[in-house]
Design a protein around this ligand. Structure first.
Ligand SMILES: *Cc1c(COP(=O)(O)O)cnc(C)c1O
Length: 375
């Protein structure tokens, strides 16, 4: 099987993890700080707060922004459910915006139409790795005085108008799940330039306690205070050592992903009935996913089965979140986001990861060509 995404682990990565296992600190130790500093640096911001998943990063962000009951947060309909769920965790209401048909990125016009007196934040998702139109989103956020959040779980290592992902919103969330760019097993991080928002995320990931065990040990103090209700969302040194080692190869892996994308794009120019997403010349796309759209009724479903039967691990990203039963029960319904609902029937994510070989790509492309002739 050629999967749609796969991690790359080197001997150096393994050695870094072994070194932690032989050290004094398995969690809340020096590898956490090292990883946070490395990710903050590639993101061009002052603070990184490592947490146990991308979902925990989004939850911490909603907490830091003091989103609560009665507050609305605008999110795109075409994303992983966690983007919207994080708003529900804190008692807020996600409001689903539609996406642009050519890029599947959140549509700024749809966002602006949904702003009300209760809107507290806008979340852009850099779908498939392409940064959103952050200038347009920033203009809307500033016009209405609301916070701007990046769900950057697909786009670490990318940039928009030469500004790195991480600097484009007030707070950004990363995931270190193995199908993402940097693998920790499970893991996530909030990055921000804002000192106070960073402090609120740090307290939140550690039960709402204002100091961590390492700080208390170094100052020989036992006293601590729990000042608010937080969670145990810490990431271990074992995971951070792996992440810190992986981040060193981030630029190289984004480059390889772009080379793969160029090859797919060129090949699909010659194939009728399949269209890759458009990519703006203003961005460095981090290409977490390579998504194509199939024309014609039922073609995507037929191609999904055809490719899966031939060991090509394609997938669909995503079922529009407002169509899930949980959100339907909360009053969402089909028809709210017509573009997202339409493209959901057309999209397929093809294999895209740095270890994908040219031979694997030939197999994928040939099987798609054959499939389109026979389905
Ligand atoms: C992966 C992902 C998340 C959640 O990350 P986890 O680390 O799996 O919790 C959130 N949003 C998007 C867009 C993602 O792709």
């Amino acid at each position: 099987m050629i999967p749609y995404g796969r991690q790359s682990i080197t001997d150096e990565d393994i050695q870094e993890v072994v070194d932690v296992l032989k050290s004094d600190w398995l969690t809340t130790g020096p590898a956490v700080k090292r990883f946070e500093e490395a990710v903050a640096e590639v993101s061009g911001v002052a603070h990184g707060i490592a947490v146990s998943s991308g979902t925990a990063a989004l939850h911490a962000i909603m907490h830091a922004l003091e989103i609560g009951p009665g507050d609305e947060v605008i999110v795109p309909a075409l994303t992983f459910a966690a983007t919207a769920n994080s708003v529900v965790y804190v008692g807020g209401t996600p409001v689903f915006a539609d996406v642009c048909e050519s890029t599947l990125l959140i549509d700024p016009a749809s966002v602006e139409a949904l702003v009300t007196d209760n809107t507290k934040a806008i979340v852009g998702v850099d779908y498939a790795g392409q940064p959103c139109d952050w200038d347009a989103l920033r203009a809307i956020a500033d016009k209405y005085g609301v916070a701007l959040v990046a769900d950057a779980c697909h786009s670490i290592g990318g940039s928009y108008k030469s500004r790195p992902v991480g600097t484009l919103a007030d707070l950004s969330a990363y995931s270190f799940h193995p199908v993402k760019h940097v693998a920790c097993g499970e893991g996530g991080m909030v990055v921000t330039d804002d000192d106070e928002l960073a402090r609120r995320c740090q307290v939140f990931r550690n039960h709402g306690i204002t100091t961590d065990a390492r700080q208390r040990e170094s100052s020989n103090a036992w006293f601590y205070e729990m000042v608010e209700l937080g969670f145990n969302y810490r990431l271990t040194d074992i995971q951070c050592a792996l992440g810190a080692s992986q981040v060193k190869r981030l630029a190289e892996s984004v480059e390889r992903r772009n080379a793969i994308a160029r090859r797919y794009m060129e090949a699909f120019l010659e194939v009728d009935g399949v269209t890759p997403l458009e990519c703006s010349p203003d961005v460095l796309n981090a290409y977490h996913l390579f998504v194509v759209k199939f024309d014609g009724d039922g073609v995507r479903d037929a191609m999904f089965s055809y490719l899966r039967e031939r060991e090509i691990g394609v997938n669909v990203h995503y079922i529009p979140v407002h169509l899930h039963p949980f959100y339907r029960e909360r009053g969402e319904e089909p028809g709210q986001c017509p573009v997202a609902e339409k493209v959901y029937g057309q999209i397929l994510s093809l294999p895209m990861f740095p270890g994908l070989t040219d031979e694997d790509m030939d197999t994928v492309l040939n099987t798609i060509r054959e499939g389109l002739r026979s389905v």
